[in-house]
Design a protein around this ligand. Structure first.
Ligand SMILES: [Cu+2]
Length: 142
């Protein structure tokens, strides 16, 4: 029931988004792709480039997709000579700034990913200014 409700709410927000939130293109997401999990793993990484075209600093508040049970923003940090992933609670994007999520750096971590049978999946972003945006992420291997 819980699961069904959350899927319904995602669909609901997508409908709002299609009709309302792409008009000004104030937050621009490009080069969006999901790297499928390696065999036997249930987590996958997704990458994108995001530009804030508004005149205020915006942070990503929440991210959701039907393809995974949850999504976190991760960064890589070096600790005792080892590269480790750390979740970021928030990511602020200043006016005019473009932030690139790419292998070895920032990435979206998709948890409990389901089998990726489609060529692309929608991922929805909610921002601190109240805007939301849904982008298509292409499934792309090495
Ligand atoms: Cu990660």
């Amino acid at each position: 029931m819980q699961k069904r409700l959350s899927i319904l709410s995602i669909i609901f927000f997508m409908i709002i988004c299609v009709t309302g939130c792409d008009s000004a293109n104030e937050i621009n997401i490009t080069d969006a792709y999901i790297k499928p999990p390696i065999s036997g793993q249930t987590t996958a990484a997704a990458y994108l480039s995001i530009t804030n075209n508004t005149n205020e600093t915006i942070s990503i508040e929440h991210i959701e997709t039907a393809a995974a049970s949850s999504i976190e923003i991760h960064t890589h940090i070096e600790e005792n000579g080892m590269m480790k992933m750390r979740p970021l609670a928030k990511l602020a994007i200043t006016p005019g700034q473009t932030i690139e999520f790419k292998p070895g750096g920032l990435h979206l971590m998709l948890f409990d990913i389901r089998e990726l049978t489609e060529k692309q999946y929608l991922i929805s972003f909610w921002f601190s200014n109240g805007a939301s945006q849904t982008e298509s992420f292409v499934v792309k291997g090495e």
